[in-house]
Design a protein around this ligand. Structure first.
Ligand code: PEP
Ligand code: MN
Length: 355
């Protein structure tokens, strides 16, 4: 399925800077909202984020002020000229946010994981021209993320984008949410026109990780950044550890290197050509290997032997794992390759034996 998209048409900090959305995790008080927005607008940030309805893992945390906080967002817009953005999780949120003139809506990670909730939200946005960014679901499921985007798009939301905020993982140690970059990269490969914004705050979970994650996102060609920034991060009512001062955000953005990948240099093109040639040879070798494997299947069939000979299989895994390590590769990586080759080889042998 395809996505029918039109440009988000949202402002970056300057022509060369990516699209930047910044603001506190939650709108806590009118003063905190205004102070943060004023400091951010002074640094050139043009889109202000703040959570008004906060999905909390456990009850008892600060769940947002709800509609009461919407006039504060209106004040931000009126006094700074910034565009405003907030998370919506129900059609009621959508209605209230649109009524208050919120300019950009995002769908949180807990909501995008639920197709019923996504469908209800999509239905509530039918016929409304507002940019919508869909965060990846908490679990690393690309198809579920794509499904959420497709539902929005089918309802007519064309100014559509995705936010990569990392994925829950039992062994996430450095990061609060494991980035699993291959997932947003695959999303970009499947939908080259879809803008993808990185949320380093919820990936990192810690202030120190914001700068390197922002740079990584830019290096991977992401369209923009959504960063949590607070006028007094340590006193924040939610996600205190990951929020940065507007000053710090400015410092981080200032140092971002935006690489120009529009033009492939000669040497890169030549290196890629070498890779292509080697991949051709790899495919050629694999094809030959499979052919021999099928011959073995015929032998096994004639001699009434079982397809999988575990001792032989272990021998291959051990031998090639050790060889890979000597060549500077991770033995686990080599093992995974051989497991995959063996699986396909067994599949082809079974086909012959069961003919
Ligand atoms: C947020 O942006 O503050 C938020 C709740 O994020 P997520 O849905 O990614 O957890
Ligand atoms: Mn947050």
């Amino acid at each position: 399925m395809e996505l029918e998209l039109s440009p988000l048409a949202l402002p970056g900090i300057e022509a060369k800077r990516p699209l930047v959305i910044a603001g506190p995790c939650s709108a806590e008080t009118e003063e905190q909202v205004m102070a943060t927005a004023t400091q951010l607008t002074n640094k050139g940030v043009k889109i202000f984020r703040a959570g008004i309805w906060k999905p909390r893992t456990k009850p008892g945390g600060f769940e947002g002020h709800g509609e009461e906080a919407l006039p504060w967002m209106q004040r931000v817009k009126a006094e700074t000229g910034m565009l405003t953005a907030t998370e919506v999780a129900t059609p009621k949120h959508v209605e209230a946010a649109l009524k208050a003139g919120i300019d950009l809506l995002w769908i949180g990670a807990r909501t995008s994981a639920n197709p019923f909730a996504m469908q209800e939200l999509a239905d509530s946005l039918q016929g409304v021209d507002v940019p919508v960014l869909v965060k990846n679901p908490v679990n690393p499921d690309l198809e579920l993320w794509i499904g959420a985007l497709l539902r929005m798009n089918a309802a007519g939301v064309k100014r559509l984008g995705a936010i990569h905020r990392g994925f829950s993982s039992i062994d996430a140690k450095i990061y609060r949410n494991s980035p699993m970059w291959h997932i947003p990269i695959e999303l970009a490969r499947r939908f080259p026109q879809l803008p993808i914004v990185c949320d380093p705050s919820h990936i990192g979970g810690r202030r120190e990780l914001i700068a390197p994650l922002c740079q990584q996102a830019m290096d991977m060609g992401f369209e923009g950044l959504i960063v949590e920034s607070h006028c007094n991060p340590d006193a924040a009512w939610s996600d205190a550890k990951q929020q940065v001062l507007p000053d710090v955000l400015d410092f981080i953005l200032d140092r971002l290197v935006i690489r120009d990948n529009a033009e492939l240099t000669e040497s890169l093109a030549s290196l890629r050509k070498q890779i292509d040639e080697m991949d051709d040879s790899l495919m050629d070798l694999l094809t030959k290997r499979m052919r021999v494997s099928r011959e073995i299947a015929r032998y096994k069939q004639n001699h009434n032997m079982a397809v999988v000979q575990t001792t032989r299989y272990s021998e291959i895994l051990d031998k090639r794992g050790a060889q890979g390590a000597m060549c500077g590769m991770d033995p686990e990586f080599v093992k995974r390759i051989y497991e995959a080759i063996h699986e396909e080889s067994v599949r082809q042998q079974m086909e012959i034996i069961n003919k």
